[in-house]
Design a protein around this ligand. Structure first.
Ligand code: ADP
Length: 585
């Protein structure tokens, strides 16, 4: 894991090494301080040397300037390396998440992934910069001070050094515990964020059912768990300092006692002894930081683990190694296809959503899928652009297995207009142009026209430049759909998948959307999931699905004459729908 984290430093190694050089200078200057103290005390005060009195302040200023420059250099460079590294990690996570298959987003909540991208990446940054800086800089300081100590007084140094390693034992144990708690804490942040996001997204549901209290309590429970974990880890972290403090005070007392006696007995000068004391005191701060660093490192590693978990999730839909060229034809054929949704937890029974489906969707023809909810219609169409891959059987496009052609190529052939249209929080224009970034302005306007969207767009406050709000919130359902249709028209893909959502619209909106859809369908290989049978009469083939199987297939009249599932569906739906439609007209 370390190696993997440090790989991120590689592109910034120049800055990193410069920062290290500054650290070395900064650390080394520490060693000078005890000597300054010794010469001030012994030279100026004991021997009353006036020349030294002048030289020392000048030296002191020069020394501080060097130290200040080194300090600035190491802090600034290290911090900027840290920010660069987090930038790279965030980019990697985003790139990877974009490559992941739809099932990943079913299993993981957006808020949780978001928390990884934000807070876990910060932990890694702290690990890389603060901690590695502390380890390098403070080790240098301790070593340099030890050297000057030893030079000043080998006997006393030996005494002090004995106590330092003693501190190592509790520190190592504390570190391990920190890592575990930190991982738990970060997980808890993620689930809390997910809760928060849900109650915000579902705010209308929360309000109408008056479940504010319930949501608040649910949040408070999660929040409390999080706080508990944090407080526990703070307790562990806070232990490291005091333990060292006590050990250090033991060392200092020993040094004081022994040193004091030797000064009184005249075996050493007061300057020498003070210089030694100063170096021990100076050593204390970097030493304390070193002992604390382990905790930060462990937190960083926990963060890294969570980030790498995302980066190591392979996309379930794999790009072929040697893609074959896209075929010319657009006929789609299902060869004995079955599909089973992966289970989310152990022991769950598997849902076989499709069973032995064999179906030909001829080029430029319109095939309608009908059937009760849960029959497997959405699953079937998700297989075409490879949102999912069949667990058994295969699907071919123009006679070529779709798993052998490049994913981007395959998807460039397919336009989808679903029930849940997604719009970006951007202008109307950009939302349509998303379908084909290379399109000219005239083409975008043409697509809007073809989707019967121009009228309502022109009534918007800023026309095509109106921002639609998150998820297109400022638009009505029918308007959102027409934008989605315009986007699909602009994509101009030969295969069209429609999940008809006109059921949720009023009659006028439905007619407008219906006209827009007709503009889109003409001449394309179309698969339409029809919720209203009124819209499928003209389909070349109607496929009736039930329980993951195809139970009937044929034209409207043929299916009605069979007196089976289709006519049942028809009987159930059609009467009501026609009655309503007649009233509205
Ligand atoms: P339809 O579109 O005809 O309403 P679907 O294709 O959505 O039917 O669903 C077919 C079956 O697969 C249903 O039993 C449904 O519960 C199940 N299903 C759909 N999506 C998932 C999923 N992500 N994970 C597990 N089961 C699913």
């Amino acid at each position: 894991m370390y190696r993997r984290i440090f790989k991120y430093l590689r592109p910034h190694y120049r800055k990193f090494w410069a920062a290290l050089a500054f650290m070395v200078v900064f650390g080394a200057t520490d060693g000078v301080v005890p000597f300054l103290v010794k010469y001030i005390l012994d030279g100026v005060f004991t021997q009353r040397d006036e020349k030294l009195l002048w030289i020392l302040p000048i030296l002191l200023v020069g020394f501080s300037v060097v130290r200040a420059i080194a300090d600035f250099g190491q802090q600034f460079l290290m911090a900027s390396v840290g920010h660069k590294v987090t930038e790279d990690i965030r980019n990697d996570v985003n790139r990877h998440v974009l490559s992941l298959s739809p099932d990943f987003f079913v299993k993981n909540s957006t808020a949780e992934i978001l928390s990884r991208v934000t807070s876990d990446v910060l932990l890694i940054r702290t690990l890389l910069t603060d901690s590695s800086a502390a380890i390098i800089r403070d080790s240098i300081r301790v070593v340099v001070l030890l050297c000057s100590c030893t030079y000043l007084d080998p006997m006393l140094s030996a005494l002090a050094v004995v106590f330092f390693p003693l501190a190592g034992f509790p520190i190592a144990r504390i570190g391990k515990r920190m890592r575990k708690l930190s991982k738990r804490g970060q997980d808890a942040i993620g689930s809390l964020a997910a809760l928060f996001q849900e109650s915000m997204q579902g705010h209308r549901v929360v309000k109408i059912f008056s479940r504010e209290q319930f949501e608040q309590e649910r949040f408070e429970r999660g929040n409390h768990e999080l706080t508990k974990t944090f407080i526990r880890s703070e307790r562990v972290r806070a232990l490291a300092g005091p333990i060292n403090e006590v050990l250090a005070s033991l060392a200092v007392s020993g040094v004081l006692l022994y040193g004091g006696y030797t000064v009184i007995s005249g075996a050493r000068t007061a300057g020498g002894f003070m210089a030694f004391l100063v170096s021990v005191f100076l050593m204390y701060e970097p030493f304390k930081k070193l002992t604390r660093v382990n905790a930060t490192v462990q937190q960083g590693l926990a963060g890294a683990q969570r980030i790498f978990e995302i980066l190591d999730t392979p996309p379930t839909i794999q790009e072929p190694l040697n893609p074959t060229p896209l075929p010319l034809g657009h006929a789609i054929e299902f060869h004995n296809v079955s599909y089973e949704y992966p289970t989310r937890s152990e022991g769950e029974t598997k849902v076989e959503a499709l069973k032995n489906i064999s179906l030909l969707i001829p080029e430029s023809k319109k095939v309608a899928l009908v059937g009760f909810s849960g029959a497997g219609k959405s699953t079937l169409v998700d297989l075409i652009p490879r949102f999912i891959d069949p667990t058994q059987g295969s699907i071919s496009l123009g006679g070529v297995d779709i798993r052998t052609v490049g994913l981007a190529g395959l998807r460039s052939r397919v336009a989808m207009v679903g029930q849940h249209t997604f719009l970006f929080n951007d202008t109307v224009y950009n939302n349509i142009a998303y379908g084909n970034p290379a399109a000219s302005r005239a083409e975008v306007l043409g697509a809007a026209q073809a989707a019967f969207a121009t009228d309502f767009i022109e009534r918007l406050p800023l026309g095509f430049e109106t921002i639609v709000g998150e998820g297109g919130m400022s638009l009505s359902g029918g308007e959102r759909q027409r934008l989605a249709i315009a986007r699909a028209i602009l994509k101009n893909a030969p295969i069209l998948i429609l999940d008809e959502a006109t059921a949720s619209l009023d009659n006028r909106a439905e007619r407008e959307v219906q006209m827009a859809i007709e503009a889109l369908v003409s001449g394309r290989t179309t698969v339409v999931i029809a919720h209203r049978l009124s819209t499928v009469r003209d389909a070349d083939t109607i496929v009736v699905m039930s329980g993951g199987r195809i139970v009937e297939q044929g034209t409207h009249d043929h299916l009605l004459s069979l007196n089976g599932e289709y006519s049942r569906l028809h009987a159930l739906q059609f009467r009501d729908v026609e009655a309503v439609a007649e009233l509205a007209v």
